[in-house]
Ligand binder design. Sequence first.
Ligand code: ARG
Length: 464
Amino acid sequence: MAHQALWSGRFREPLSEIALNFSSSIDLDRLLYEEDIAGSIAHVEMLAAARILTAPEARRIRVALKGILKEIQTGKFALTPDVAEDVHMAIEQRLIQKIGPLGGKLHTGRSRNDQVALDERLFLRSAIREISKLLINLQRVLLYKAEKYFGAIMPGYTHLQRAQPVMLSHHLLAYVNMLERDFERMQDCARRLNKSPLGAAAFAGSSFPLDRALVARKLKFDGIVENSIDAVSDRDYLAEFIAAASILMMHLSRMAEEIVLWSSAEFGMAHISDAYTTGSSIMPQKKNPDMAELVRGKTGRVYGALMNLLTTMKGLPLAYNRDMQEDKLPMFEAVQTARQSLFMVAHLLVHTTFDRRRMEEELRTDFLTATDMADYLVRKGIPFREAHAITGSVVSYCVGHRMYFGNLDLETLRTFSPAFGPDIFEFILPQASVEQKQSAGSTAPHEVKKQIAHWSKVLAKRRV
Ligand code: ARG
């Protein structure tokens, strides 16, 4: 429905309904109402401090804005397309409705251009805080599982082919490390975006003596975005956030992929509780890992959001262009997907058990300790390349005879190299393989224990 826009002064006809529907953004940007009102309150307080408004004027506006906040929260004032084209107009219009022409003074020295940039920075700041909490939570769940399954050994993979035995805890802690960098990226992003654009007005600044630093302090920013053109023109803070969220989603997606794989009958290494799996409408026996698949699937939304925003921005001349309104969908999509996925993966992991027995079985029926056999020969003085070749022939022999290392006797082994002694059998047990590791950060139990101790300390005292 058409409504009289607050900017309609120079127009002889109202905006056509078709154009209004096309350009309206309130269906999306209404999610910014809290930030918008917080920004308006800080702005009006500053206007009073700078004697641009009187104290009583500012007080009336502030009280009315708080009233509008309540009205929106309780559903008394609905932010719908028939009210205004965007959240900023809707709230300002409501203010004027409530207190009359005085409400029209709120927008002194301000433009929607700096207003929307402010709202987004405030929104992202709290979104990042929430995502950071969820990240820490997921790290704690992984750490808990790493402690719980300490001692379990699993086949490690490269190329999805069995490669070397590793401790399950080590594998889980790899994700803790990845998520730590996601956490750092989020903090970096929050630090850089925590500057106030307000006071840039349309882009050239204001002829009123605005105290930009005061507004920034009131809204707990670390300072202002200095250049007023920059302040309204760029969305790099958002691109940076979505980029960090994309990398985070890549990590979650890989974790999800492993849950899908490991819970298959072929792997059988993980079991998801019924409450986090779904059935099939036709195949009665099915128990599907849909939650993990959806995390993997939703990753595309965040990558899409990144491309969406970068593409929107890449050809825009300075300063503000209406194209930039299109940044809301990718922003909300990225925030919501990252939040939901972090939450889901943490729950999924809590409700997943790992099958030590199955992992041990798999270790016995393969050649995962072939590298250890080669290392053994190296210790007996054989150059690694040669040791590699000898061990390769042993593997080939076993494959030909349908057997594993465990079925070999010393006599047979000695036909490949006289360097083999009776201690080889101990040396190539999966348990020995992990215990023999000596390098820092390896899968050796004492190294993994060190990692667990490290993360316990770090995550116990972490707050955001
Ligand atoms: N809804 C607009 C947006 O999100 C607000 C800014 C509009 N500014 C303008 N000059 N038309 O970008």
